[in-house]
Design a binder for this molecule. Structure first.
Ligand code: HEC
Length: 179
């Protein structure tokens, strides 16, 4: 049952999976709020392979330009750059894409509460690439930030956790970064 999808409850649409639910929610929001779509001219991404992974797997919730979906999926345009600058933050990025995230989070003082699916089915190189697209192309991390590597993803893949634990872990990362 798609209990976490308020848009489907409002619209009376029923979907079997969180992802179908999210797609329905995003479609609904996009129809009612076309301004969510960026009108900015696209520039060539630094991490083109990561951009392809992002558009195929992440844009449905986070938007093509990472601006997020109000109340459902947070923007990826600022915090990921901060995470990538610390060791614990880098591990947090890796476990988020590997294991998803579940429960209420606050990003830039706005609340989100939905379920991000896990992406263990994508390999380490694809996950490193998509995170680099997020960190450098969407969140515009400083040049001095080191790109994430497949090895960093592999290290976290050896230590499975669930999406609720990923969310709990996030609180410590934010506190350490002063966010
Ligand atoms: C079904 C919708 C959905 C999809 C698909 C999705 N996400 Fe998410 N993502 C979320 C939600 C919702 C959260 C916040 C989780 C919560 O509310 O506990 C989140 C959180 C995140 C965060 C953490 C942000 C922070 O400030 O801690 C990152 C990073 C992220 N997603 C990246 C991605 C990437 C990269 C992909 C594609 C590989 C992806 N997401 C696919 C919904 C989604």
């Amino acid at each position: 049952m798609c209990w976490s999808c308020s848009a489907s409850r409002r619209g009376g649409v029923s979907h079997g999976t969180a992802r179908g639910c999210a797609a329905a929610a995003v479609a609904t929001l996009t129809l009612s709020a076309p301004l969510l779509c960026s009108s900015a001219e696209p520039t060539a991404p630094k991490y083109a392979a990561g951009a392809t992974v992002f558009q195929a797997n992440c844009a449905v919730c986070h938007g093509q330009n990472g601006a997020g979906t109000p109340s459902l999926a947070p923007p990826l345009t600022s915090y990921p750059a901060r995470y990538a600058a610390s060791a614990e933050g880098r591990r947090q990025l890796a476990v988020t894409v590997l294991y998803g995230m579940f429960g209420e989070v606050v990003v830039e003082e706005k609340h989100y509460n939905f379920k991000m699916p896990d992406f263990t089915r994508l390999d380490d190189a694809a996950l490193a690439a998509v995170l680099n697209f997020v960190v450098f192309d969407l969140a515009r991390a400083a040049q001095s930030t080191k790109p994430l590597t497949a090895e960093e993803i592999a290290a976290e893949r050896r230590q499975p956790m669930d999406g609720a634990a990923v969310r709990e872990r996030r609180a410590g990362v934010l506190a350490a970064l002063g966010l």
